[in-house]
Design a protein around this ligand. Structure first.
Ligand code: ADP
Ligand code: ASP
Ligand code: MG
Length: 439
């Protein structure tokens, strides 16, 4: 039988009502056998996600040694869910035990993981399915990367009895034997891992929008839905801020050519978006597939006459960053100039000064300047390489919106054009490019 793995995000798990909606979706298709859930998300604008409540618990724990005050809010969320669902679940004992363990473990990752743990346990009871703790089946290696072979083996053994199962997303077990989480939004990765482990025919990612949209719906009202997206386009867009799907979630499924379908829990009849390997990908016929943007980058601009003929110049610059443990996002270059773009969080405080000093001493540039508060906007699409004048249209749209491009980088794959603009122009720039290509 073809198998589906379904991951339900925070809004889908927000309260008892939405959990019932999730149950109906799962029960409407017997292929939906394996379920991965997030922690309860926001119920309304201005509400707080359970994961954020849990990070607040950890802060209280660090300061005072317990987390009574903050944990009361987590308690209230789960108690109200159980009340709404009216299921046989001893919520008080489970929460008491959880609070006790938070104090014992005293770890940010363990604390944050409990939202997924509790929501998966509840979902398992609601569905009459088996609960499989991700701590027992998802393993990280010493370097923090997924131990994929051990993980896939453990998951396939855990589901060998053939029954339905629910897994908590977002966490697994680190090489030190302790609970370790992925980065924020990481339940999407957990879903992909389970899909790969059980060799699913499809990985359904259920969220609160009807698919991957051509840009963030919080920036442009009602953007066009992308029907088909290639793994590569997804990676570019999600990495650059389209966080409807975590950018790392394609890796487990890509090797096995498992398609990802984005679906809306609250409009299950909507078609959604299919994310496919390039061999199965059917372009929508648009030049641009989507636009995404991310704020807070720092650009280090370096000038030196005859830079291109000075062998080893770029290596000297990059080795300074390597020594400081800073990862690099982009390196646009000209004849006598190069820029290095890094995430501002990576070089907070003293690190930037040390990097500048290091480059001055080791590479001896003529000029070195720093530009902070830069947003990067990625315009992505396989259609761009075969269409003449795409960049001209993009820059015309930016200039008509009075936005200055501070940096330009076109990936060698011709899959994307990246422009750097001031942080405060980020949304305006995304909207301008969207309107140029989608009308
Ligand atoms: P979940 O809790 O289901 O994992 P997320 O909040 O992580 O959901 O992701 C869904 C949200 O992503 C949407 O509500 C939307 O606001 C936001 N989003 C940002 N960019 C896009 C995009 N290009 N297409 C769709 N949604 C997007
Ligand atoms: N609950 C986690 C977060 O808020 C993971 C997830 O939702 O995917 O980041
Ligand atoms: Mg998410």
């Amino acid at each position: 039988m073809t198998l589906k793995v379904c991951k339900f995000g925070g809004t889908s798990m927000a309260d008892g009502n939405t959990m019932q909606t999730v149950r109906k979706i799962i029960e409407s298709d017997e292929k939906r056998k394996y379920v991965v859930v997030s922690a309860p998300g926001k119920r309304f604008n201005g509400d707080t996600k359970v994961t954020d409540l849990l990070y607040a618990c950890y802060n209280e724990l660090k300061e005072t040694g317990d987390c009574k005050q903050s944990f009361a809010k987590v308690r209230a969320r789960f108690e109200s869910i159980i009340k709404e669902l009216n299921i046989d679940f001893d919520v008080k004992s489970v929460l008491d035990e959880t609070e006790k363990r938070l104090v014992e473990e005293h770890s940010a990752d363990f604390t944050a993981s409990r939202g997924e743990y509790l929501s998966a346990r509840i979902m398992a009871v609601l569905l009459g399915a088996k609960f499989i703790d991700s701590e027992d089946v998802v393993f990280f290696k010493e370097d923090g990367q997924l131990d994929d072979l051990a993980t896939y083996r453990a998951i396939s053994q855990a589901v060998a009895d053939g029954g339905c199962a629910v897994f908590p997303g977002f966490y697994g077990k680190g090489a030190d034997g302790k609970v370790k989480t992925f980065s924020r939004g990481g339940s999407d990765i957990s879903g992909a891992i389970v899909a790969r482990a059980v060799n699913a025919s499809v990985y359904e990612n259920w969220t609160d929008v009807s698919g991957f949209l051509a840009c963030d719906p919080r920036i442009v009202e009602n953007p066009k839905r992308i029907k088909n997206l290639s793994y590569k386009e997804l990676r570019e867009l999600s990495y650059m801020g389209a966080n409807v799907l975590h950018s790392e979630s394609i890796f487990p499924v890509r090797k096995a050519n498992i398609p990802i379908i984005i679906k809306n829990t609250f409009r299950p009849e909507d078609e959604g978006t299919a994310i496919l390997p390039i061999t199965q990908y059917k372009p929508d016929g648009n030049i641009v597939t989507g636009i995404a943007g991310k704020k807070n980058f720092t650009v280090i601009l370096i000038e030196k006459n005859h830079m291109n003929s000075e062998i080893g110049f770029i290596r000297k610059v990059l080795s300074v960053l390597e020594r400081e443990g800073v990862s690099i996002e982009h390196i646009p270059s000209g004849i006598d100039t190069m820029s290095v773009v890094v995430d501002s969080d990576e070089i907070e405080g003293y690190k930037l000064e040390q990097i500048i000093e290091g480059i001055k001493n080791e590479a001896e540039p003529d000029v070195i300047r720093v530009m902070e508060n830069v947003a990067l906007i990625a315009t992505v699409g396989h259609g761009m390489s075969s269409s003449i004048g795409t960049s001209a249209r993009l820059f015309k749209a930016m200039s008509e919106a009075n936005i200055n491009a501070k940096m330009i980088d076109q990936g060698s794959s011709e899959l994307n054009i990246i422009v750097g603009v001031k942080n405060e122009d980020c949304e305006k720039c995304i909207a301008a490019i969207y309107h140029e290509f989608f009308g």
